[in-house]
Ligand binder design. Sequence first.
Ligand code: UD1
Ligand code: UDP
Length: 377
Amino acid sequence: MTAPCKILVVFGTRPEAIKLFPVIAALKADPRFEPVVCVSAQHRQMLDQVLEIAGIVPDYDLDLMRPDQSLDALTAALLTELGKVMDEVQPDRVIVQGDTATAMAGALAAYYRKVPVGHVEAGLRSGNIYHPWPEEVNRKIIGQIADMHFAPTDVSAKALTDEQVDPARVHVTGNTVIDALHWVTARIAAEPHLAAGLAEIEARFAGKRIIGVTSHRRENFGGGLENIAEAVRQIAERPDVAVIFPVHLNPNVRAVMHGALGGRANVALIEPLDYPNFARLLAIAEVMLTDSGGVQEEAPALGKPVLVMRETTERPEGVTAGTAKLVGTDTQTIVTEMFNLLDDKAAYEAMARAHNPFGDGHSARRIVELLGNEIAQ
Ligand code: UD1
Ligand code: UDP
């Protein structure tokens, strides 16, 4: 009997954990594989929230998060420490997801050891290396290194083949975030208390129209975040509206948002929600206002209108489907677009339709099948 294929799954932030736990579960269920989980803990509390609900106990936890970490110090530490883990584990393959510093350094450390890399959520491109920054370059580097590209959609697959990636190595699998969303929805149905964390705020805002907000993009530091905060302040002045805003733990985000919005009656600035409670926020919000990547994928699946506070997006599928709209970071534009959605029923209903551009919730199974085909060759 041949030994199972040892797959080192490397990740470090909240969204990577959400998008990889379905892959880890599928690998664990398949005797052809021996998954080894290594978290960089580039995020700490926000990563741990996901590990806990998903029941993942990492084999390696590098605990690398530092307060207000710089990109260069973080990347240097990641490369060194992930390399050490790879030398110890001797994996047959490394899997990374998306475009974080951990994903990029994980791919690079694997390349330095000539270990093949599978890239989950491959081929997202905005065409602008500063939007999002530094993710556009991170994912291009991974795209150069990976030998298996798991593209969520035809759009992302085409972006890779346009960059001369061998089409035989590009597989359209859907996005595993939809697997995660289905999983958490089923968990909440079975155990409603898991998503009861907002009950007090929901009671306080009873009768109001809920706007869910998230914001964390590094390219918005130094101006953009202030504009966003001012837009939220103006939106929350409407007496019919209440804002629920789980604030990212990045100190740059917290300083701006708490400074501008703290203590306002119609704004609940709260700590990051765990995944079931964030799913609850997605369910009760009339509109989501966000610069997040993942939320742009979840909202269309739920038919929840989402205003995207970015100039460009690497996820045009939500915009094409009509559920997402790019509004940039200009205060007046954000407010105008939000009021339009709140006041124009036809405009709202045109956006509030469920679409599945990011997949059917079986992406992890497809990825593991493809990995299985690879070892059978
Ligand atoms: C990172 C990713 C970004 C991803 C985002 C998801 C990079 C360069 N950036 O950005 O692609 O979209 O995560 O949220 O990889 N912090 C905490 N606790 C936590 C998490 C963060 O205190 O659980 C604080 C720390 O002070 C940390 C700072 O936030 O230094 C920034 O974290 P970092 O991972 O470097 O960047 P993000 O902006 O979170
Ligand atoms: N999310 C969460 N709690 C929150 C905010 C977001 O669980 O308080 C989830 C959300 O459902 C999505 C992911 O985190 O799946 C998005 O993470 P983030 O916006 O931090 O990163 P991005 O997707 O922009 O890289």
